[in-house]
Design a protein around this ligand. Sequence first.
Ligand code: PLP
Length: 248
Amino acid sequence: MGQGRDDEERRAELEGRLAAVRERIAAACAAAGRDPDQVELMAVTKTVPAADVATLLDLGLTLFGENRAQEARAKVAEVAALRPGARPRWHFIGGLQRNKAKAVVGWADRVESVDSARLADALDRAAARAGEEGGRPGPLPVLLQYSVDGDPERGGVPADGLLSLADHVAGCAALRLEGLMAVAPLAADPEAAFADIADAAARLRSACPAASVLSAGMSGDLEVAIRHASGVVRVGTALVGCRPLASL
Ligand SMILES: *Cc1c(COP(=O)(O)O)cnc(C)c1O
């Protein structure tokens, strides 16, 4: 009984948070003169249990982001067992070691954090092998992770390496380059950071017209990101609350 009531309370909480996030997105689109259909909401579900993902699926969300290869693989399987009829899309958005490429290719519908030629090569090999083994129907969609300030700690390719990395990825037969992902640096002026990110996305798109996706904006800055042309906002905290440390 207690469990059931907790589940209901959590569902109500997630429903309220989702409505609030959707309202923010709608208001930001209205302010920017953009069609809300052009901005997709990704629920970042790192550190939250599979039961929350199942509830978010019930509430109509279909796109989920994870940033830890191990945690995600288990969660993807759990969610599939909880909601066998659902078709969630899972995007990998975290730092990735090359030796984890194979594991991620097994479940990820897109990898948004490609920031080096070596990582691209590892994903290309893993995706090609998965294709041969019948595990993937086609090339693995990827985004290049762009670094605004070039800080190697947070990952991402800096501005001066962006187009050569795009060129490299375009030559990887088992990858499909779909666009750019970025995280605005905490210390930066968000206006300037997102203007820079939009500029990088535009440069990538003019070099490579199929690479048209821009994934930028999180709980704290989605409005600025939408003003600067983002097409995917990745929202964790505002949607699921403070992440329970116990599951880290
Ligand atoms: C955690 C994370 C997010 C979501 O951040 P919130 O501030 O919780 O909305 C978005 N993108 C990436 C790459 C993340 O790691």
